[in-house]
Write a protein of this length. Structure first.
Length: 128
């Protein structure tokens, strides 16, 4: 009797525009890798950039993947037991994890100045 595969792959596009060839290649490679291992694929939408993320782009990503014949076992449009599948909806999950780490004494404060945090954010936005 063959045991079920424990392989779980994830494709997590940002809905900040239409799919491009890099997205398609990433999705295809993920799909091929998971399917060849008999695993499960999760589609999670990385919509944590509120300035650029749009619901219509998330819908188009799902449509494009389906058009390409790529399917997923869990996630956006498919449901599942490990949701939510939009990153912006996972805040309570992360807050609970932070509460547990804090209770265990495993968090430490950040001593960065507000100016250094802003500078880091600017660098990230410009691709530096």
């Amino acid at each position: 009797m063959r045991m079920a595969s424990s392989v779980v792959g994830r494709f997590a596009p940002s809905p900040s525009g239409r799919m491009h060839l890099g997205n398609v290649l990433s999705a295809l490679l993920c799909w091929l890798s998971v399917r060849s291992a008999g695993g499960r694929l999760v589609l999670r939408i990385e919509d944590i950039d509120p300035e650029r993320s749009r619901d219509e782009y998330a819908r188009l990503i799902v449509e494009d993947l389906r058009f390409l014949g790529l399917d997923w076992d869990e996630g956006e449009g498919a449901g599942g037991t490990h949701g939510p599948y939009r990153q912006s909806e996972r805040t309570p999950v992360y807050e609970e994890a932070l509460r547990r780490l804090d209770a265990m004494g495993l968090l430490y404060p950040c001593f960065c100045s507000r100016a250094s945090r802003r500078a880091a954010r600017r660098t990230h936005r410009t691709g530096g």
